[in-house]
Design a protein around this ligand. Structure first.
Ligand code: SF4
Ligand code: FES
Length: 238
């Protein structure tokens, strides 16, 4: 017999070992997320996917689906919390969408639109962060890093390398590269690596590709992130 959970009042099936996120995606229900990617071990760090399970909040990307769960996802309260989390991500870094080459292809920006975020709400931190343009083909703009660890996981789990790591905690958290010099040019990162192409923001980008697709013709210029996310993640078998 098919096992089910209730998601926003509707029964959806799940298989043993699936997380709530995986069951929801397979059922065509979008749960907002930034650090989750179907190819990599869940990390549970951005908290955007927080859902309410039988009265308790938890991360849908890490929490296993189980019989008897009554899960709330698309509620006003949870979406308001998600909007606040997104606002915090914006003010903690330096995200200037109109001048960012990732605009229209950026998941942070797209999630903000999805959640109807109209302002930053919190005072901007304007942290002092560096850029690393030392690599011939790949650039890191630390101003745009949201510490999702996707580049860390992609480098380790897909590329078989260990180029990136997160160091520090709280406001001192930062992305580092594993080279004595601390510079990307002294790592074995290649432009063809998965880690080069996985960043949900414009923090890691390939050089000389920025405006190949003009603004106005980019993925989120015409589609909401819920549709894009469901289509790409269902194609991965979630
Ligand atoms: S550089 Fe991009 S992929 Fe890596 S942790 Fe920062 S936001 Fe995530
Ligand atoms: S997507 Fe679940 S915590 Fe980030």
């Amino acid at each position: 017999m098919t096992k089910t959970i209730t998601l926003d009042g509707k029964a959806i099936p799940f298989a043993d070992g699936q997380t709530i996120m995986q069951a929801a995606t397979a059922a065509g229900v979008y749960i907002p997320h930034l650090c989750h990617h179907p190819e990599f071990t869940p990390h549970g760090s951005c908290k955007l996917c927080t859902v309410n399970v039988n009265g308790r909040n938890c991360s849908a990307c890490t929490f296993p689906a189980a019989e008897g769960q009554d899960v709330l996802n698309n509620t006003q309260e949870l979406n308001a919390d998600r909007q606040k989390i997104t606002q915090m991500l914006f003010v903690e870094g330096n995200h200037f969408c109109p001048s960012c080459e990732k605009t229209g292809n950026c998941q942070l920006q797209a999630v903000a639109y999805h959640l109807n975020m109209l302002d930053d709400h919190f005072p901007l931190f304007y942290p002092h962060r560096q850029m690393d343009a030392s690599h011939p083909d790949v650039l890191i703009d630390h101003n745009r890093c949201i510490f999702c660890t996707l580049c860390v996981r992609a480098s380790q789990q897909h590329d078989g390398k260990n180029v990136f790591a997160i160091s520090g905690r709280g406001i001192n958290k930062h992305l580092i590269v594993n080279a004595e010099s601390g510079l990307l040019k002294d790592t074995d990162l290649a432009v063809t690596d998965k880690a080069t192409h996985i960043c949900p923001t414009g923090a890691i980008i390939s050089k000389r590709t920025a405006y190949q697709v003009p603004i106005g013709q980019r993925v989120y210029d015409h589609q909401d992130i819920d549709a894009v996310s469901l289509a790409t993640e269902q194609a991965h078998g979630e």
